[in-house]
Every structure is written in structure tokens, then in C-alpha cells.
Design a protein around this ligand. Structure first.
Ligand SMILES: Nc1ncnc2c1ncn2[C@@H]1O[C@H](COP(=O)(O)OP(=O)(O)O)[C@@H](O)[C@H]1O
Ligand SMILES: [Mg+2]
Length: 317
């Protein structure tokens, strides 16, 4: 029988549009950090097309995976495996050819229901690339939404598209749930009369035009904060990219973004994976370890990193 009561654990989701930016590395490292601090932590690999979170813990052939959940209907709590790190458990992704598109609505609802009942202080969901609605909906399930990017134009564009798609998905849900579609279409039709040129203007207009609508938005959007992490940073200038992203999301979408931190590029990351060693446990001398610790503290607290204003060109210290 399925349990339905909500446990108090925080659900985190790590997404961001582009593949290879370091979502799984960041998920595994944040998870290890939280677990080492004594929190019972559970990672869920929801990259259905390219599941590899287990590799970051040197688990070559995990005993169970989401395939057991989707194909054999085994409850989620029964496919949890140990990561090898104390306090840290893992639900590994499907090794078979499942992808986001092959999950139907009922399966998705069942997955979400069971995720909410998992017994852990923190449940961190590692997402695949792309903006499929199943990926967006899984991201929206989270109390803490995290996007990971590298400081390159194409990755940043993908990330912006991802954040925009998540926001649109959320708005669609709000419009439908509260029966606002008709009045929104009406306003949009007359947008020139109201001087509305963008979605951001439309939302501002709607909120100003009705206390009822403002109440709905304030309630539904109050926890909607996207946390940004920059990964594979190579220069001090790269670090500033996070600040720019924040302004772009606010200016174009009217969305609050918290720049939670960065992690530099370090070959030790790849070496750890090749050696089947969890990075955070075997690389105490790497600056990345402290950078991950800092960004984890920021993510828990919901606070931004304080970027020194006088960062200059050159090498990272
Ligand atoms: N900070 C980093 N320094 C060096 N290599 C990294 C770093 N972060 C990730 N990588 C490497 O990039 C590759 C992709 O990382 P991964 O976490 O699998 O990306 P994603 O989950 O976004 O597809 C991995 O081979 C990993 O070793
Ligand atoms: Mg990944």
C-alpha cells in the first residue's frame, strides 16, 4: 500500500537545459556535503536517458534502478541503494532505454506521489538535459530549484531557455488552476492599449488590475526562486557571469534568481570518477571541495554568494 502523508524532507531539483555542464557532479557533491554534515540525504537520478549518478560513487552495476519502479512496479522506497557514503542513499536511474517521453501521465503522478513520501531530510533529484514537460514538472516538484551551467554562451542560452520554460509551465498551471485563461487572452488581445510588450508586462498588469489575481500570484510564486550554480569556472571573470544571469532573468522575466555559488574546473573531478571515488571524500586539497561546501551552505540558507566587486582578469587563486 502506498503511504500518502508528506514527510518533512526538503526536495531539491538540479536541472539546467544543457548536458555535460556538471548537474550530476554537483548533485553528488552537494549530497555528500549534506550527508557528511549529518543530514539523512537521498539522491534520485531522474536523467532517464543518460542515468549515470551512480558512477560518481563508483557503483558500477547498481542492484536496483528506476526500471524496477516503472516496469516491475516496485515501490520507490524498495529500490533505494547505499551510495557508500554514510547517511547518503541513492535511487539510480534507468539503465534501459527509458527516456522522459516514454513516461506517461499516470506513471509521472505515481513517481511524484512516492517521492513526496520518501524518508529523508533532503531528497535531491538530478535531471537530464532538455525541456521536456516531464523534466519541467519534476523540476517544479522541488522546494529548492537549482540550475547548473558553465560560463559559455551556448550553455547560458540553454539555461535561460530552461528557466523560461519552467516559468511558462508554472504560469500555465496557475492560469488553468484558477480559471484565468479567458481574462488573460482578453488582456493580451488588447495589449497595445495597456502598453504590454512582454510576458513580464502582462503579469505586472494583471497583478495591478485585480487584488484577487495579485493574491493568487503572490501565493503561487512566493517560493519560486531559481538558484544558479556556475560550474567549471576557469577565470575570475567567469565568476561574474552568475551576476549577469541574475539581472537577465529579472529584467526579461521578472524572476528572482539567487546566484548561490560556483565551482572551478579541476581535472581531479574526472580522475575521481575514473577511480570510482566520491570526489568530496578523496580530494580534500582541491579548492573545489570548499567551493561546494560554500554553495551548499548558501543553498540551504537561500542566500547568494558574495562576489567581490573588484574581481579582475587573471587566474583563480
Ligand atoms: N568542476 C569540474 N571540473 C572538471 N570537470 C568537471 C567538473 N564538473 C563536471 N566535470 C566533468 O564534466 C563531465 C560532465 O559532468 P556531469 O556531471 O555528468 O554533467 P551533466 O550531469 O550536466 O550532464 C564529467 O565527465 C565530469 O567529470
Ligand atoms: Mg547528469
Amino acid at each position: 500500500m502506498e503511504k500518502t502523508e508528506k514527510k518533512q524532507g526538503t526536495i531539491w531539483a538540479v536541472g539546467g537545459g544543457k548536458g555535460g555542464t556538471g548537474k550530476s557532479f554537483i548533485t553528488s557533491s552537494i549530497g555528500t556535503c549534506l550527508a557528511l554534515n549529518g543530514s539523512k540525504t537521498l539522491l534520485l537520478d531522474a536523467d532517464l536517458g543518460g542515468a549515470n549518478l551512480h558512477s560518481f560513487f563508483g557503483l558500477l552495476r547498481p542492484r536496483y534502478s528506476l526500471t524496477d519502479f516503472f516496469d516491475k512496479k516496485v515501490p520507490l522506497r524498495d529500490i533505494i541503494v547505499h551510495s557508500g557514503v554514510a547517511n547518503l542513499e541513492l535511487i539510480t536511474g534507468s539503465i534501459t532505454s527509458l527516456d522522459s517521453e516514454s513516461i506517461n501521465y499516470a506513471q509521472k503522478q505515481k513517481l511524484f506521489r512516492q517521492i513526496r513520501t520518501l524518508d529523508a531530510d533532503h531528497i535531491i533529484i538530478d535531471l537530464g538535459a532538455g525541456t521536456h514537460i516531464n523534466t519541467l514538472d519534476t523540476f517544479l516538484l522541488a522546494d529548492k530549484m537549482i540550475v547548473v551551467t558553465v560560463p559559455e554562451v551556448t550553455a547560458i542560452e540553454n539555461m535561460y531557455q530552461f528557466i523560461k520554460s519552467v516559468y511558462f509551465r508554472k504560469l500555465k498551471y496557475i492560469f488553468k488552476t484558477y480559471g484565468l485563461n479567458a481574462s488573460i487572452q482578453e488582456t493580451w488581445k488588447n495589449r497595445s492599449a495597456y502598453n504590454i510588450r512582454s510576458l513580464k508586462d502582462l503579469i505586472v498588469h494583471l497583478k495591478q488590475s485585480s487584488d484577487h489575481i495579485r493574491g493568487i500570484f503572490d501565493r503561487e510564486m512566493s517560493g519560486f526562486v531559481v538558484n544558479v550554480i556556475l560550474n567549471q569556472v576557469r577565470t575570475p571573470r567567469d565568476i561574474l557571469v552568475g551576476e549577469n544571469l541574475k539581472s537577465v532573468c529579472m529584467n526579461f522575466l521578472g524572476l528572482p534568481v539567487v546566484y548561490a555559488g560556483y565551482s572551478r574546473y579541476d581535472e581531479a573531478v574526472q580522475k575521481s570518477i575514473n577511480n570510482n571515488e566520491p570526489f568530496m571524500l578523496f580530494n580534500r586539497l582541491s579548492p573545489v571541495v570548499n567551493e561546494i561546501k560554500t554553495l551548499t551552505v548558501n543553498l540551504v540558507a537561500g542566500t547568494p554568494i558574495s562576489v567581490p566587486k573588484d574581481l579582475v582578469n587573471g587566474r583563480l587563486s
